[in-house]
Write a protein that binds this ligand. Structure first.
Ligand SMILES: NC(=O)c1ccc[n+]([C@@H]2O[C@H](COP(=O)([O-])OP(=O)(O)OC[C@H]3O[C@@H](n4cnc5c(N)ncnc54)[C@H](O)[C@@H]3O)[C@@H](O)[C@H]2O)c1
Length: 268
């Protein structure tokens, strides 16, 4: 029988944990994985947002559950993975997506600024990796997906903590891929280019909290100008790459940083 070209991208019977699933890239990834057949555990600090993601997945006929999780807590990340094992019988995929911007010039950074960035963007991912390996190593392996950023390719003023924590995530993934390949675990890192989400507007608000439309439009023009195709990303663009890497279509992919970034890093 002729195979369907899309069979290799299906996730039927797979169990996936996704952090940052309340919004943006995590939300799109949770919905796409569920549409591809996975049972999805949606973790986020914003549990109401995660529950909304689950609601939409269920309305579309998918299977998902939400759990409050602050990824800066090792215990809460372990509990998130335990929820997948308890509810769905194991863990096949984890996508460590939760993260945030930490603005500030390097010369001004306090210990508090540095710790906050490391705790969320680096340790939050590391805890997810460690909890996943424990669940996967004696259970047939799996796939670990970590979010880095295009900020590891180009330096921008004023986002030093963000950039160096994301660079550390990329190296974490490469090292870990070497260490856990023997258990049948693949580790892939994504370095997204500018992707329209609530995160994109982090520095574009007025003092009263409303969006500064002029600054936002300027940012969009700037980001489009960086791309040879004049494009900005959408969350689904990152989710499609996640799906490729998580599924059998990506079974030869591990130990690398993968970029869906509109070519933003080719223009320099
Ligand atoms: N959007 C972009 O242009 C872009 C580019 C490169 C990398 N990224 C990375 O992609 C990831 C997702 O970003 P996004 O654009 O979807 O942003 P987003 O703000 O839409 O989503 C981030 C999610 O992480 C959650 N979160 C924040 N702190 C948390 C914590 N301590 N514990 C658990 N959840 C927490 C938030 O509640 C939110 O739901 C981030 O790691 C970001 O650095 C985004």
């Amino acid at each position: 029988m002729k195979a369907d070209a899309l069979d290799a991208f299906r996730l039927d019977g797979k169990v996936a944990v996704i952090t940052g699933a309340a919004s943006g890239i995590g939300e799109a990834t949770a919905e796409l994985f569920a549409a591809a057949g996975a049972k999805v555990v949606c973790g986020d600090l914003d549990v109401e947002g995660a529950e909304n993601t689950v609601k939409r997945i269920r309305e579309d006929g998918g299977e998902a559950t939400a759990q409050a999780c602050n990824v800066t807590s090792r215990d809460e990340v372990e509990a998130l993975v335990a929820r997948a094992v308890d509810a769905y019988g194991g863990l096949d995929i984890i996508a460590n997506i939760a993260g945030a911007m930490f603005p500030g010039l390097i010369e001004d950074l306090t210990d508090q600024d540095i710790d906050a960035g490391i705790n969320l963007n680096l340790k939050g991912v590391l805890y997810g990796c460690q909890a996943a390996v424990k669940a996967m190593k004696d259970d047939g392996g799996g796939v670990i997906l970590n979010i880095s950023s295009g900020a590891i390719d180009l330096a921008y003023e004023g986002i030093g903590v963000y950039a160096f924590t994301k660079a550390a995530v990329a190296m974490l993934g490469r090292t870990m891929a070497l260490e856990v390949g023997r258990y049948g675990i693949r580790v892939c890192t994504l370095a997204p280019g500018s992707t329209l989400t609530p995160f994109t507007t982090w520095r574009l608000h007025n003092d009263d909290g409303t969006l500064n439309q002029e600054a936002y439009d300027e940012f969009l023009d700037y980001a489009r100008d960086l791309s040879p195709i004049g494009a900005l990303g959408e969350s689904i663009d990152q989710a499609y790459l996640m799906l490729y890497l998580a599924s059998d279509a990506g079974k030869f992919a591990t130990g690398n940083v993968f970029r869906s970034n509109g070519g933003q890093t080719t223009t320099f």
